[in-house]
Design a protein around this ligand. Structure first.
Ligand code: DAH
Length: 360
């Protein structure tokens, strides 16, 4: 056997005996590395006379191919064995229970907005929306509060920087501007509720600079949207929202520039033992402002007050949420504290998980 054949057999044996991928790599270096045994023979070829060189080169190339193929085949074999060994030890137990998923919660304000809009939707109202950043016209002027109107001072308004023409946009101080936008954008009749964020410069236990209101507006022909309808709609709402059959309401005369006459609505409650109960007792709880839409407001929106009439109301959502779900400090509503949310938040109803099965 020639020297080359001996080397070939020797290397083939080493490859076949390599028991791990590391050992196999060592064999590769020993054979084909820079200082490998085959490489050395190839280098020595240069010194041979040309007629022997060709023959030697052919023989060496055959061995080189054989070793290279053997290395690749052995590598595949060892890799498969390693994978099988891993699969045998790392078995996945599909019968283990799923890891608990951190469920989200519905914020009490979102919950109350859903509850309220659902009640009004059942009475035929649709939901309308408007921008949080308003202009003077929609927030004040069109609502019968001209520049020098004293009622503007009731609102501690956040203004945006002045524009070149001297005007300033503002963060809406109430949801009432959406009344104007609704009447401007479509022909009556209207029957809308407007839940949304509102802003005033105020902060204590029961006030936050950002808060939520829900506005209501009904506009129809004369005789079809009068004060009696207003009372009926609000009574229906209170019953459904506070979940009591009899709610005694009181309409207290009040003043808003955009309604005439105006009223504030109180409902019967008891406050015994620091707990508010709706629908019983000898105390009153103020829940909203309302009234018949002022003729001046109708005219600002291009409606003829001899033909159309309507009523409106505005209610703070956060206070009602505090009341219904017993959360004492309004500021905590908007601190985004997860512990608070887990305590006061609501579970979404439509979230079946494998753990719970499909029946909720
Ligand atoms: N916009 C009033 C406020 O924020 C609330 C209000 C009162 C709205 C009477 C109305 C209404 O639509 O008729 O104080």
């Amino acid at each position: 056997m020639s020297e080359v054949d001996i080397l070939g057999n020797d290397l083939a044996g080493l490859v076949a005996n390599a028991a791990t991928l590391d050992a196999l790599e060592a064999v590769r270096v020993e054979a084909l590395g820079k200082k490998g045994r085959l490489t050395a023979l190839m280098k020595e070829m240069g010194a041979l006379p040309p007629d022997q060189r060709k023959e030697r080169a052919q023989a060496l190339n055959v061995i080189k191919d054989r070793v290279t193929e053997a290395l690749a085949a052995r590598k595949t074999e060892l890799e498969r064995a390693a994978l099988e060994a891993r699969l045998a030890t790392e078995r996945v137990d599909v019968t283990l229970p799923v890891r608990p998923r951190p469920d989200g919660r519905i914020h009490p304000v979102s919950q109350v907005i859903d509850e309220i809009t659902e009640i009004f939707a059942a009475m035929g109202f649709t939901v309308a929306e408007g921008p949080d950043i308003e202009d003077d016209f929609h927030n004040f002027t069109a609502l019968n509060m001209p520049d020098d109107h004293p009622a503007r001072q009731m609102h501690d308004t956040f203004y945006l920087p002045e524009k070149p023409d001297g005007s300033r946009l503002l963060l809406r101080t109430h949801t009432s501007p959406v009344q104007i936008r609704t009447m401007q954008s479509a022909a009556p009749p209207h029957r809308i509720v407007v839940p949304g964020r509102t802003y005033r410069c105020d902060s204590d236990m029961t006030h936050t600079p950002m808060f939520h209101q829900i506005e209501g507006l009904v506009i129809d022909r004369h005789g079809k949207a009068h004060m009696g309808h207003l009372k009926g709609v609000l009574a229906e709402f209170c019953k459904a929202f506070f979940e009591v059959e009899n709610v005694t309401m009181r309409f207290r005369p009040s003043y808003f520039p955009f309604t005439e006459p105006s009223a504030e609505v109180d409902i019967r409650c008891s406050r015994k033992g620091g707990e508010i109960k709706i629908g019983e007792g000898d105390d009153w709880l103020e829940i909203l402002g309302c009234g018949m839409v002022n003729e001046a407001v109708l005219r600002h929106c291009g409606l003829d007050p001899t033909e159309w009439q309507g009523f409106a109301w505005g209610m703070g959502i956060d206070r009602i949420a505090m009341l219904k779900y017993g959360a004492p400090d309004l500021r905590a509503f908007f601190d985004a504290d997860l512990r608070w949310l887990r305590h006061y938040g609501f579970m979404p109803l439509d979230m079946p998980t494998l753990g719970q099965g499909l029946s909720r």
